[in-house]
Ligand binder design. Structure first.
Ligand SMILES: O=P(O)(O)OC[C@H]1O[C@](O)(COP(=O)(O)O)[C@@H](O)[C@@H]1O
Ligand SMILES: [Mg+2]
Ligand SMILES: [Mg+2]
Length: 341
């Protein structure tokens, strides 16, 4: 007898992943807690002006950036939900100066959670998609009170990563190292439902995403790379390119997950003293894990992103990720430039 095909909830998907030995029960429950927090953030984002959540919080974060009210709200939601979740030894956030070990009085586990609670903050007040990005690491063996240094593991050590995009639909995109999968929030029912199993990013693309206003500050290989794309079918690339820039990494990456493309936030002379614009631990590494698991590639331009050995919790890096062949082309421009001295 054929079974009626019913929608697969995130809960059922995670139970199946546990049965397949892809995740532990603790990791399954941890992801459920993060997903629940994302639902709460999605509701707050959706209320907008009606919920009094728009505008500046009047505070700044360790990155020297002004915090929006929703940056603070999303951070609090994730902290509160996960502190009581029982599956973490500690957590770290883009919005907090240091990581936070889970206090003894709370239930504790063996994972470390890192997150960018609200990505694309500059878009909140203009009603454009924003998101949450998260990454899960194992707490090193024997460590009961993890400090910042215990989070400094390369992206290859991640056991799970995901983002939730708050757009016309709220969509959670997740990997536990066995493909990348998308779950759409059924708002009436209140649960995430599997809508794409095994996302595959097309290898080739004719679409790139970059903040072109930084062009004069870019390094020479980036100038040449984008210059050649702009020449289109009249230049060496032999094809015309389209450009998109939402300024929410989550939304730009989600487009690439859906139809391919390359996303880049390269090194420029403004952000060079900090190493780049985007954060390795909260943005670049989780997105790289998701993109690689979907058949794409992710690089700093000179090194596979997930092999970068982190030196600081809030470290920044240049980013190129998306369609594999296109990322390889961007890397080739950098290699040729460096080889020429
Ligand atoms: O405003 P810019 O320079 O184009 O930068 C946009 C980039 O900055 C970010 O907004 C940084 O994220 P936050 O909003 O979490 O600080 C990325 O999402 C986005 O890709
Ligand atoms: Mg961000
Ligand atoms: Mg943020």
């Amino acid at each position: 007898m054929t079974q009626p095909s019913s929608p697969v909830s995130l809960t059922r998907f995670l139970i199946e992943e546990e049965r397949a030995d892809h995740i532990s029960a603790d990791l399954r429950l941890l992801i459920e807690v993060v997903a629940r927090a994302c639902k709460t953030i999605s509701i707050a984002v959706g209320k907008g002006a009606l919920g009094g959540v728009l505008g500046d919080a009047g505070t700044g974060n360790i990155q020297g950036e002004a915090q929006k009210k929703l940056d603070v709200i999303a951070n609090d939601v994730l902290l509160e939900a996960n502190a009581w979740g029982g599956h973490l030894a500690g957590l770290a956030s883009e919005e907090m100066d240091h990581s936070m070990p889970i206090p003894d009085v709370y239930p504790r586990g063996n994972y470390l959670l890192l997150f960018d609670p609200l990505d694309g903050s500059s878009n909140i007040d203009v009603n454009v998609s924003v998101g949450t990005i998260f990454s899960v690491l194992r707490c090193p063996e024997g460590v009961t009170t993890p400090a910042d240094e215990h989070y400094l593991q390369p992206g290859t050590a991640q056991v799970a990563a995901g983002y939730c995009v708050y757009g016309p639909q709220t969509t959670l995109v997740l990997t536990v190292g066995h493909g990348t999968h998308a779950f759409t929030l059924d708002r009436e029912v209140g649960s995430f439902v599997l809508t794409t199993r095994g996302i595959r990013i097309p290898e080739e693309t004719r679409e790139f995403a970059v903040n072109a206003s930084n062009q004069r500050f870019w390094e020479p290989p980036m100038q040449r790379y984008v210059g050649d794309m702009l020449l289109g079918n009249q230049g060496t690339r032999g094809k015309d390119f389209n450009m998109r820039w939402i300024a929410s990494m989550v939304a730009d990456v989600h487009r690439i997950m859906t139809r391919g493309g390359i996303f880049s936030y390269p090194l420029d002379s403004k952000c060079a003293p900090k190493g780049g614009k985007l954060r390795l631990m909260y943005e670049a590494n989780p997105m790289s894990f998701l993109v690689e698991q979907a058949g794409g590639a992710a690089s700093t331009g000179r090194q596979r992103m997930m092999e970068v050995q982190p030196s600081g919790l809030h470290q920044r890096v240049p980013v190129f990720l998306g369609s594999k062949a296109e990322v390889e082309t961007a890397v080739r421009y950098h290699a040729e430039h460096d080889a020429a001295g």
